[in-house]
Design a protein around this ligand. Structure first.
Ligand SMILES: Nc1nc2c(c(=O)[nH]1)N[C@H]1C(S)=C(S)[C@@H](COP(=O)(O)O)O[C@H]1N2
Ligand SMILES: [Mo]
Length: 319
Protein backbone atom coordinates (compact mmCIF):
# COMPACT_ATOMS: atom_id res chain seq x y z
CA UNK A 1 0.00 0.00 0.00
CA UNK A 2 1.29 3.43 -0.90
CA UNK A 3 0.67 6.42 1.25
CA UNK A 4 -0.03 9.42 -0.89
CA UNK A 5 1.45 12.78 -0.23
CA UNK A 6 -0.54 14.76 2.29
CA UNK A 7 0.79 18.30 2.26
CA UNK A 8 -1.84 19.99 4.40
CA UNK A 9 -1.64 18.16 7.72
CA UNK A 10 -1.08 20.13 10.88
CA UNK A 11 2.01 19.13 12.83
CA UNK A 12 -0.28 18.55 15.81
CA UNK A 13 -1.64 15.50 14.00
CA UNK A 14 1.66 13.72 14.57
CA UNK A 15 1.49 11.37 17.52
CA UNK A 16 4.44 11.64 19.89
CA UNK A 17 3.92 8.10 21.29
CA UNK A 18 5.84 5.05 20.06
CA UNK A 19 3.18 4.66 17.49
CA UNK A 20 4.64 1.93 15.41
CA UNK A 21 3.35 -1.04 17.38
CA UNK A 22 -0.22 0.07 16.84
CA UNK A 23 0.29 1.54 13.48
CA UNK A 24 -2.18 -0.59 11.60
CA UNK A 25 -5.04 0.14 14.02
CA UNK A 26 -4.20 3.81 13.99
CA UNK A 27 -4.20 3.80 10.23
CA UNK A 28 -7.62 2.21 10.13
CA UNK A 29 -9.20 4.48 12.70
CA UNK A 30 -7.97 7.79 11.40
CA UNK A 31 -7.56 7.29 7.69
CA UNK A 32 -4.80 7.98 5.26
CA UNK A 33 -4.21 11.61 5.98
CA UNK A 34 -3.34 11.01 9.60
CA UNK A 35 -1.45 7.90 8.59
CA UNK A 36 0.85 9.97 6.45
CA UNK A 37 1.53 12.18 9.42
CA UNK A 38 2.19 9.16 11.63
CA UNK A 39 4.68 7.85 9.13
CA UNK A 40 6.48 11.16 9.46
CA UNK A 41 6.30 11.77 5.78
CA UNK A 42 5.65 15.48 5.78
CA UNK A 43 9.22 16.49 5.12
CA UNK A 44 10.14 15.26 1.67
CA UNK A 45 8.53 14.03 -1.51
CA UNK A 46 10.63 10.88 -1.33
CA UNK A 47 9.31 9.93 2.05
CA UNK A 48 5.74 10.68 1.05
CA UNK A 49 5.89 7.62 -1.20
CA UNK A 50 7.28 5.29 1.48
CA UNK A 51 5.11 2.20 1.46
CA UNK A 52 3.98 0.44 4.60
CA UNK A 53 4.86 -3.16 5.51
CA UNK A 54 2.60 -5.82 6.98
CA UNK A 55 2.25 -5.86 10.76
CA UNK A 56 4.20 -8.59 12.59
CA UNK A 57 3.48 -10.31 15.90
CA UNK A 58 6.36 -9.87 18.30
CA UNK A 59 6.81 -12.11 21.35
CA UNK A 60 9.94 -10.69 23.04
CA UNK A 61 12.09 -7.59 23.03
CA UNK A 62 15.79 -7.08 23.47
CA UNK A 63 16.89 -3.47 23.71
CA UNK A 64 20.68 -3.22 23.60
CA UNK A 65 21.07 0.55 23.85
CA UNK A 66 19.51 3.51 25.62
CA UNK A 67 20.18 5.66 22.54
CA UNK A 68 17.10 7.07 20.80
CA UNK A 69 15.63 5.17 17.86
CA UNK A 70 16.44 6.48 14.39
CA UNK A 71 13.17 7.48 12.70
CA UNK A 72 11.51 4.96 10.42
CA UNK A 73 11.68 7.49 7.65
CA UNK A 74 15.49 7.45 7.73
CA UNK A 75 15.93 3.68 7.74
CA UNK A 76 13.47 3.29 4.86
CA UNK A 77 14.78 6.09 2.65
CA UNK A 78 18.52 6.39 3.41
CA UNK A 79 19.74 2.93 2.40
CA UNK A 80 22.72 1.05 1.06
CA UNK A 81 21.57 -1.61 -1.40
CA UNK A 82 23.69 -1.42 -4.54
CA UNK A 83 21.40 -3.83 -6.36
CA UNK A 84 19.12 -0.79 -6.74
CA UNK A 85 21.89 1.77 -7.34
CA UNK A 86 24.78 3.35 -5.48
CA UNK A 87 23.04 6.44 -4.05
CA UNK A 88 21.43 6.29 -0.63
CA UNK A 89 18.12 7.37 -2.16
CA UNK A 90 18.20 4.82 -5.02
CA UNK A 91 16.87 1.78 -3.11
CA UNK A 92 13.73 3.53 -1.86
CA UNK A 93 13.15 4.95 -5.32
CA UNK A 94 13.89 1.83 -7.39
CA UNK A 95 12.77 -1.09 -5.25
CA UNK A 96 9.00 -0.92 -5.69
CA UNK A 97 8.90 -3.37 -8.62
CA UNK A 98 10.79 -6.08 -6.72
CA UNK A 99 8.69 -9.09 -5.70
CA UNK A 100 9.78 -10.56 -2.37
CA UNK A 101 7.15 -13.33 -2.60
CA UNK A 102 7.11 -16.16 -3.46
CA UNK A 103 10.64 -16.74 -2.13
CA UNK A 104 12.86 -19.67 -1.38
CA UNK A 105 16.24 -20.19 0.19
CA UNK A 106 18.68 -22.83 -1.01
CA UNK A 107 20.65 -24.47 1.80
CA UNK A 108 23.86 -26.14 0.65
CA UNK A 109 27.20 -27.54 1.75
CA UNK A 110 28.32 -29.35 4.88
CA UNK A 111 25.04 -30.17 6.62
CA UNK A 112 22.62 -33.06 7.05
CA UNK A 113 19.55 -31.22 5.73
CA UNK A 114 20.42 -29.35 2.54
CA UNK A 115 17.57 -28.41 0.22
CA UNK A 116 15.42 -25.66 -1.17
CA UNK A 117 13.18 -24.26 1.54
CA UNK A 118 10.26 -21.94 0.97
CA UNK A 119 10.17 -18.69 2.93
CA UNK A 120 7.30 -20.13 4.95
CA UNK A 121 9.41 -23.20 5.82
CA UNK A 122 12.30 -21.00 6.83
CA UNK A 123 10.25 -18.77 9.11
CA UNK A 124 7.63 -21.11 10.53
CA UNK A 125 9.13 -22.41 13.82
CA UNK A 126 10.68 -19.10 14.84
CA UNK A 127 9.01 -16.68 17.25
CA UNK A 128 9.71 -13.10 16.24
CA UNK A 129 11.57 -10.76 18.57
CA UNK A 130 12.20 -7.07 18.44
CA UNK A 131 15.93 -6.33 18.63
CA UNK A 132 16.94 -2.73 19.07
CA UNK A 133 20.49 -2.55 17.70
CA UNK A 134 22.99 0.09 16.74
CA UNK A 135 24.11 -0.37 13.12
CA UNK A 136 27.36 1.27 11.99
CA UNK A 137 28.14 1.77 8.30
CA UNK A 138 31.79 1.86 7.28
CA UNK A 139 31.02 5.21 5.59
CA UNK A 140 30.82 6.83 9.02
CA UNK A 141 27.12 7.02 9.82
CA UNK A 142 25.03 4.95 12.18
CA UNK A 143 21.43 4.29 13.16
CA UNK A 144 19.50 2.64 16.00
CA UNK A 145 16.83 0.36 14.60
CA UNK A 146 14.10 -1.82 16.13
CA UNK A 147 14.61 -4.87 13.91
CA UNK A 148 12.18 -7.78 14.00
CA UNK A 149 13.66 -11.22 13.59
CA UNK A 150 15.10 -14.26 15.32
CA UNK A 151 18.57 -15.69 15.99
CA UNK A 152 20.32 -16.92 12.85
CA UNK A 153 21.79 -19.74 14.96
CA UNK A 154 18.31 -21.18 15.59
CA UNK A 155 17.75 -21.38 11.84
CA UNK A 156 21.18 -22.83 11.01
CA UNK A 157 20.85 -25.51 13.69
CA UNK A 158 17.78 -26.91 11.88
CA UNK A 159 19.96 -27.79 8.88
CA UNK A 160 22.38 -29.75 11.12
CA UNK A 161 25.76 -28.45 9.98
CA UNK A 162 28.58 -30.97 10.47
CA UNK A 163 32.15 -30.58 11.67
CA UNK A 164 33.39 -29.44 8.26
CA UNK A 165 31.15 -26.38 8.39
CA UNK A 166 33.57 -23.78 9.72
CA UNK A 167 32.11 -20.79 7.84
CA UNK A 168 28.73 -19.86 6.36
CA UNK A 169 28.34 -18.04 3.07
CA UNK A 170 25.23 -16.00 2.18
CA UNK A 171 24.17 -14.87 -1.28
CA UNK A 172 21.70 -12.18 -2.35
CA UNK A 173 19.12 -12.75 -5.07
CA UNK A 174 20.12 -11.89 -8.63
CA UNK A 175 17.28 -10.38 -10.65
CA UNK A 176 18.60 -7.71 -13.00
CA UNK A 177 15.13 -7.14 -14.44
CA UNK A 178 13.84 -6.04 -11.04
CA UNK A 179 17.09 -4.59 -9.69
CA UNK A 180 18.40 -1.68 -11.72
CA UNK A 181 21.84 -1.70 -10.11
CA UNK A 182 22.42 -5.29 -11.24
CA UNK A 183 22.16 -4.16 -14.84
CA UNK A 184 25.48 -2.40 -14.20
CA UNK A 185 28.33 -4.77 -13.59
CA UNK A 186 31.80 -4.51 -12.13
CA UNK A 187 33.80 -2.28 -12.58
CA UNK A 188 30.87 0.13 -12.86
CA UNK A 189 29.22 -1.18 -9.72
CA UNK A 190 29.76 -4.58 -8.04
CA UNK A 191 30.31 -8.16 -9.15
CA UNK A 192 26.89 -9.81 -8.67
CA UNK A 193 25.46 -11.56 -6.83
CA UNK A 194 26.39 -9.86 -3.54
CA UNK A 195 27.98 -12.33 -1.11
CA UNK A 196 28.88 -12.29 2.55
CA UNK A 197 30.18 -14.72 5.10
CA UNK A 198 30.55 -15.36 8.81
CA UNK A 199 32.70 -17.72 10.79
CA UNK A 200 30.53 -20.44 12.32
CA UNK A 201 30.77 -19.10 15.90
CA UNK A 202 29.82 -15.61 14.67
CA UNK A 203 26.85 -17.03 12.78
CA UNK A 204 25.71 -18.97 15.87
CA UNK A 205 26.18 -16.01 18.23
CA UNK A 206 22.86 -15.04 19.86
CA UNK A 207 23.19 -11.39 18.77
CA UNK A 208 23.28 -12.36 15.07
CA UNK A 209 19.77 -12.32 13.64
CA UNK A 210 17.80 -12.98 10.52
CA UNK A 211 15.64 -9.87 10.25
CA UNK A 212 12.27 -10.02 8.54
CA UNK A 213 11.01 -6.63 9.65
CA UNK A 214 11.62 -3.34 11.38
CA UNK A 215 9.43 -0.98 13.36
CA UNK A 216 6.92 -3.79 13.86
CA UNK A 217 6.34 -4.43 10.16
CA UNK A 218 7.75 -6.62 7.40
CA UNK A 219 10.88 -5.29 5.70
CA UNK A 220 10.40 -3.00 2.76
CA UNK A 221 12.27 -4.07 -0.37
CA UNK A 222 14.91 -1.39 0.14
CA UNK A 223 15.82 -2.86 3.54
CA UNK A 224 16.29 -6.39 2.21
CA UNK A 225 12.88 -8.05 1.98
CA UNK A 226 11.96 -10.72 2.70
CA UNK A 227 14.93 -11.69 4.90
CA UNK A 228 18.42 -10.38 5.66
CA UNK A 229 21.16 -10.58 8.24
CA UNK A 230 21.79 -8.08 11.00
CA UNK A 231 25.17 -8.45 12.73
CA UNK A 232 25.38 -5.49 15.09
CA UNK A 233 29.08 -5.55 16.03
CA UNK A 234 30.24 -5.53 12.40
CA UNK A 235 30.15 -2.84 9.73
CA UNK A 236 26.82 -2.68 7.91
CA UNK A 237 28.05 -4.36 4.74
CA UNK A 238 28.15 -7.72 6.56
CA UNK A 239 24.35 -7.47 7.03
CA UNK A 240 23.50 -8.94 3.63
CA UNK A 241 20.01 -8.38 2.24
CA UNK A 242 17.43 -10.45 0.34
CA UNK A 243 19.16 -13.79 0.95
CA UNK A 244 18.52 -16.72 -1.42
CA UNK A 245 21.39 -19.06 -0.54
CA UNK A 246 23.02 -20.25 2.67
CA UNK A 247 26.05 -22.47 2.21
CA UNK A 248 28.04 -24.25 4.91
CA UNK A 249 31.68 -24.19 3.80
CA UNK A 250 35.07 -25.29 5.11
CA UNK A 251 37.05 -22.21 4.03
CA UNK A 252 36.70 -18.50 4.70
CA UNK A 253 34.49 -17.26 1.84
CA UNK A 254 35.28 -14.18 -0.23
CA UNK A 255 32.78 -11.43 0.52
CA UNK A 256 31.81 -8.99 -2.24
CA UNK A 257 33.38 -5.86 -0.82
CA UNK A 258 36.63 -7.65 -0.10
CA UNK A 259 36.66 -8.99 -3.64
CA UNK A 260 35.96 -5.52 -5.00
CA UNK A 261 38.41 -3.46 -2.92
CA UNK A 262 40.69 -5.83 -0.96
CA UNK A 263 42.79 -3.11 0.65
CA UNK A 264 39.68 -1.35 1.99
CA UNK A 265 37.54 -4.17 3.33
CA UNK A 266 38.39 -7.37 5.17
CA UNK A 267 36.43 -10.46 6.01
CA UNK A 268 35.89 -9.80 9.71
CA UNK A 269 34.79 -6.17 9.45
CA UNK A 270 34.41 -5.87 13.21
CA UNK A 271 33.71 -2.25 14.07
CA UNK A 272 37.10 -0.98 15.23
CA UNK A 273 37.69 2.75 15.78
CA UNK A 274 41.46 2.14 15.77
CA UNK A 275 41.61 0.79 12.22
CA UNK A 276 40.82 3.33 9.51
CA UNK A 277 39.46 2.26 6.20
CA UNK A 278 41.42 3.90 3.38
CA UNK A 279 38.79 6.50 2.56
CA UNK A 280 37.07 7.01 5.90
CA UNK A 281 38.34 7.33 9.47
CA UNK A 282 36.47 4.93 11.74
CA UNK A 283 37.17 6.88 14.95
CA UNK A 284 33.86 8.74 14.98
CA UNK A 285 30.43 8.44 13.44
CA UNK A 286 27.38 10.56 12.73
CA UNK A 287 24.18 9.16 14.11
CA UNK A 288 21.58 9.85 11.44
CA UNK A 289 19.39 12.69 12.72
CA UNK A 290 22.11 14.10 15.00
CA UNK A 291 24.44 16.96 14.32
CA UNK A 292 27.59 16.29 16.35
CA UNK A 293 29.70 13.24 15.65
CA UNK A 294 30.09 10.69 18.40
CA UNK A 295 32.98 8.38 19.19
CA UNK A 296 32.75 4.97 17.60
CA UNK A 297 32.96 2.12 20.10
CA UNK A 298 35.02 -1.05 19.68
CA UNK A 299 32.74 -3.82 18.40
CA UNK A 300 30.13 -1.07 18.06
CA UNK A 301 29.64 -1.28 21.83
CA UNK A 302 28.95 -5.04 21.87
CA UNK A 303 32.42 -6.03 23.13
CA UNK A 304 31.16 -7.60 26.37
CA UNK A 305 29.14 -10.04 24.29
CA UNK A 306 31.49 -10.75 21.38
CA UNK A 307 35.13 -9.88 22.18
CA UNK A 308 35.90 -13.38 23.52
CA UNK A 309 35.35 -14.83 20.02
CA UNK A 310 38.42 -12.92 18.85
CA UNK A 311 40.73 -13.56 21.79
CA UNK A 312 44.28 -13.90 20.51
CA UNK A 313 43.47 -12.58 17.03
CA UNK A 314 45.23 -9.50 15.69
CA UNK A 315 42.24 -7.29 14.90
CA UNK A 316 44.36 -4.81 12.98
CA UNK A 317 45.45 -7.45 10.54
CA UNK A 318 42.11 -9.28 10.62
CA UNK A 319 39.99 -6.24 9.87
N1 LIG B 1 22.73 -7.38 -1.04
C1 LIG B 1 23.21 -6.31 -0.42
N2 LIG B 1 23.22 -6.26 0.93
C2 LIG B 1 23.69 -5.16 1.57
C3 LIG B 1 24.20 -4.06 0.84
C4 LIG B 1 24.17 -4.13 -0.58
O1 LIG B 1 24.58 -3.20 -1.31
N3 LIG B 1 23.65 -5.26 -1.17
N4 LIG B 1 24.71 -2.96 1.51
C5 LIG B 1 25.22 -3.20 2.88
C6 LIG B 1 25.59 -1.99 3.59
S1 LIG B 1 27.01 -1.21 3.09
C7 LIG B 1 24.88 -1.52 4.66
S2 LIG B 1 25.44 -0.18 5.57
C8 LIG B 1 23.59 -2.15 5.06
C9 LIG B 1 22.51 -1.08 5.09
O2 LIG B 1 21.27 -1.60 5.48
P1 LIG B 1 20.01 -0.60 5.52
O3 LIG B 1 19.98 0.11 4.19
O4 LIG B 1 18.82 -1.47 5.74
O5 LIG B 1 20.30 0.36 6.64
O6 LIG B 1 23.18 -3.18 4.16
C10 LIG B 1 24.22 -4.01 3.72
N5 LIG B 1 23.67 -5.13 2.94
MO1 LIG C 1 27.59 0.27 4.76
Amino acid sequence: MLIKKAPDIAASAITPKPWYLHRREFLQSTGLVAAAAVAGVLDTDDAAATPVGEPLTITKKLVTTTDALTPRQAITTYCNFYEYGADKSDPARNAAAFKPRPWSVSVEGHCAKPGVYTLEDVLKPHALEERVYRLRCVEGWSMVIPWVGFPLGDLLARFQPNGNATFVEFTTVERPREMAGQRQRFPTLLPWPYKEGLRMDEAMHPLTIIAVGLYGETLLNQNGAPLRLVVPWKYGFKSIKSIVRIRFVDKQPLNTWQEQVPNWYGFYANVNPAVDQVEWSQATERRIGEFLRRKTLMFNGYGDQVASMYAGMNLRRNY
